[in-house]
Ligand binder design. Structure first.
Ligand code: UDX
Length: 449
């Protein structure tokens, strides 16, 4: 296809970060753009690479990161710093080579980069290419991040007081405890601010969210960036995409679910990054046992501090729950959330999990851990009212929340609202819906570059 200037449609180079929760929506976006007719290249770190066999029509550009694992550098901010520093030279080499090849084909290049991979923005601008930033978190996270910055500058936010329940002035509905990185060491936060404040001004912004869900936050984003903002989510509902799995999916859980009554099972998962200690897992286990509800629990290997997996759980817990509970390592989450037997989701509130839950009308128990998850949990529980946030991490409180979501009238009301949101998502991605139209706008924007 050719654009108005008679050039062939641009090659789109997407730069993904190695986190599962970022790689998945990046590949979904790539798939959606490929379906619209663009050629696609994926630049990725060597740590946690995507599987090219799932995407035979894409070109893959490995970046030399000199890292062997996500936690190689000690802290999150160190990792982001090293990733950006190490990947930059090979990204520059790939782009320089591609520019000369594409010039011969009379085709330009547009770069879409994960916000975390900020080097990709600056390299692209240096090479005179359009650079579009892609955000895989909620839109609400962005004003919350700005609030955190502003309060810090004013010296009004004491880092050690992250638990405080008061509302942040002018940032309704957030409490101090909901602000991003409030649980991280201050040095980590300062280093991240230093990295992210060097971001270039992008040509446009893409967000994996829905305008009808996050209109107010998207307006704030638009005011901040002053460039076109495209809300094209939830991307997993736009184009069917193979799952990005760094772990083997245990599909036996689906046949186990097939045998359970409708809406009777609570699904528990804390995503691809969160780690918990044995005490917390033991409290969760006993709350599940005492609640008398059916459960399916995905416990990622490596997610339990000082333990291989769940071998520390007592025999009597296993005995008590063997007829109504299943614990596995990694599940096909999207498929599972759409299963008739799943009636609730106990989640760390990563944005992909929230989008996947909303898309299937499943109410939540929120147990956020860090970064954007507290903001997401606040919106789920306080604004959208489709879930409850766990505030006290002990079995009595957990048991009570399970029953409130799975059994009580309150849970039924949340389910009705969640099903309303499922309808909203369906409309958004259909022909003429807000996300569908925003994607069309993005296609027009890229093809004019
Ligand atoms: C991270 C951050 O934590 C999150 O807050 C941010 O918004 C995106 O990046 P992660 O912690 O992994 O992601 O959470 P989430 O965004 O929920 O993504 C997890 C993904 O893993 C989901 O797409 C989910 O479907 C998938 N998953 C999880 C599985 O496929 N199987 C599982 O067993 C568990």
């Amino acid at each position: 296809m050719k654009n108005q200037g008679g050039r062939r449609w641009p090659l789109v180079v997407l730069t993904s970060s190695p986190f599962h929760g970022h790689m998945t929506p990046t590949l979904q976006l790539a798939k959606a753009l490929h379906a619209k007719g663009f050629s696609i290249a994926i630049a990725h770190s060597k740590v946690n690479p995507p599987d090219p066999s799932n995407h035979p029509s894409f070109m893959f550009l490995p970046l030399s990161d000199n890292l062997s694992a996500i936690d190689d550098s000690g802290s999150f901010s160190n990792f982001i710093h090293t990733l950006n520093k190490n990947c930059k030279p090979s990204f520059q080499e790939h782009l320089t080579r591609l520019i000369s090849e594409q010039n011969e084909e009379n085709r330009s290049i547009v770069v879409i980069y994960d916000f975390i991979m900020s080097f990709a923005g600056s390299v692209s601008v240096d090479l005179n290419l359009a650079a579009i930033v892609f955000r895989t978190c909620s839109a609400a996270y962005f004003p919350a991040f700005l609030a955190r910055l502003q309060l810090r500058q004013e010296g009004r936010f004491l880092e050690q007081d992250y638990a405080i329940q008061e509302m942040v002035p002018n940032f309704h509905p957030l409490r101090y405890k909901d602000l991003p990185f409030s649980k991280s060491p201050i040095e980590d936060w300062q280093q991240l601010v230093a990295i992210f404040s060097k971001q270039i001004r992008p040509s446009a912004v893409i967000w994996n969210t829905i305008k009808s869900l996050e209109d107010e936050s998207l307006t704030r984003i638009q005011e901040h960036y002053q460039v076109p903002v495209f809300a094209v989510g939830p991307l997993h509902k736009i184009t069917p995409t193979p799952p990005t799995n760094f772990l083997q999916e245990d599909i036996t859980c689906i046949s186990w679910l097939d045998k359970q009554p409708p809406k009777s099972v609570i699904y528990i998962s804390f995503g691809s990054l969160v780690t918990l200690d044995k005490k917390m897992l033991t409290e969760i286990a006993w709350s599940l046992a005492k609640s008398n509800q059916r459960f399916l629990w995905a416990v990622r290997p490596g997610s339990v501090c000082d333990s291989e997996w769940m071998e520390f759980l007592p025999e009597d817990f296993i005995e008590e729950t063997k007829e109504r509970g299943l614990i596995v390592k990694w599940v096909p989450q999207r498929e599972l959330l759409s299963h008739f037997a799943v009636g609730g989701f106990w989640s760390h509130c990563g944005w992909n999990s929230i989008l996947e839950s909303i898309s299937e009308g499943v109410p939540l128990i929120c147990q956020p851990a860090n970064v954007d998850q507290m903001v997401n949990a606040r919106y789920v529980s306080f604004v959208w009212k489709i879930g409850i946030e766990l505030e006290r991490f002990e079995r009595g409180e957990m048991e009570s929340l399970i029953r409130r979501v799975m059994v009580d009238e309150e849970g039924e009301e949340m389910r009705v609202r969640a099903i309303g949101m499922k309808e909203m998502v369906k409309e958004a991605v259909e022909n003429g819906g807000v996300s569908h139209d925003s994607l069309e706008g993005l296609v027009g924007f890229i093809s004019s570059c």
